[in-house]
Write a protein that binds this ligand. Structure first.
Ligand code: MLT
Length: 233
């Protein structure tokens, strides 16, 4: 039986050999939800950057610059990190350079993996279906917040483990913990997450609707994957 494991913070990546694994990077609030939304609306590619200045420089090469620091749009960038900014017709065919506080950092740290795909509740089923027919063992990398564990990415990991439980065995206890947590939370994830740190942070920034949207399950049938450092769908 293939295995699935969950890395609860990018700071723990050194514990997980990934060269032979499919890594699913998740940052439910909101980086990977934005990426999936952008591809669902026709974006051509998303180049993720951990470094802000490297991302900014892509403007000179004709890219749209997108992202946030501490939840707020970066000054001078074309777009921020709300999924609603990636739904308009002008997304069609765009090449996007993207940098976020945690999500693009988690992608950067996953680059040694056999393959890297992007997960969110918005494309949960597309991710699960892909992993089912893929030959590799799986590691879900939760982006968390500045090295700390967060609840929403752990819930996504749990939802994936739950969906695949008859086909992929847990490689350690983190996938079991995530699955139990998801099963407790699934009837009302919004309520379950209401006290979580990033939801409070987003509420302070008056962006509660992003939170609700990012919890929508299977809104898009898209599977972003990293190819030569660039996300394509
Ligand atoms: C991140 O990558 O840290 C997040 O997407 C932060 C945010 O919600 O803007």
């Amino acid at each position: 039986m293939k295995t699935i494991d969950v890395c609860l913070s990018p700071e723990l990546m050194h514990l997980y050999p990934v060269h032979d694994k499919t890594v699913v990077v998740v940052d439910v609030l909101r980086a990977t939800s934005c990426m999936v939304t952008a591809f669902a609306h026709g974006a051509e590619s998303i180049t993720p950057f951990a470094n802000l200045d490297a991302c900014r420089e892509m403007k000179l090469k004709g890219y749209i610059t997108s992202g946030e620091r501490d939840g707020k749009k970066v000054e001078g960038f074309d777009k921020g990190n709300s999924p609603f900014e990636y739904m308009s017709d002008d997304i069609q065919g765009l090449k996007i350079a993207f940098t976020t506080t945690n999500g693009t950092m988690a992608i950067e740290k996953s680059k040694g993996a056999k393959e890297v795909i992007i997960g969110s509740f918005l494309n949960l089923n597309a991710v699960a279906k892909y992993l089912l027919f893929n030959e590799n063992n799986v590691l879900v990398v939760c982006a968390g917040w500045k090295g700390r564990v967060n609840l929403e990415d752990t819930l996504f990991a749990g939802a994936l483990v739950e969906k695949l439980k008859d086909y992929l065995g847990p490689d350690c206890d983190a996938p079991l913990a995530a699955r139990h947590l998801y099963n407790i939370a699934k009837s009302d994830m919004s309520k379950f997450l209401s006290e979580s740190s990033h939801v409070k942070r987003l509420n302070k920034l008056n962006i509660h609707e992003d939170f609700e949207f990012c919890l929508s399950i299977d809104k898009y049938n898209k599977l972003p994957r990293l190819k030569n450092g660039v996300l394509v769908s």
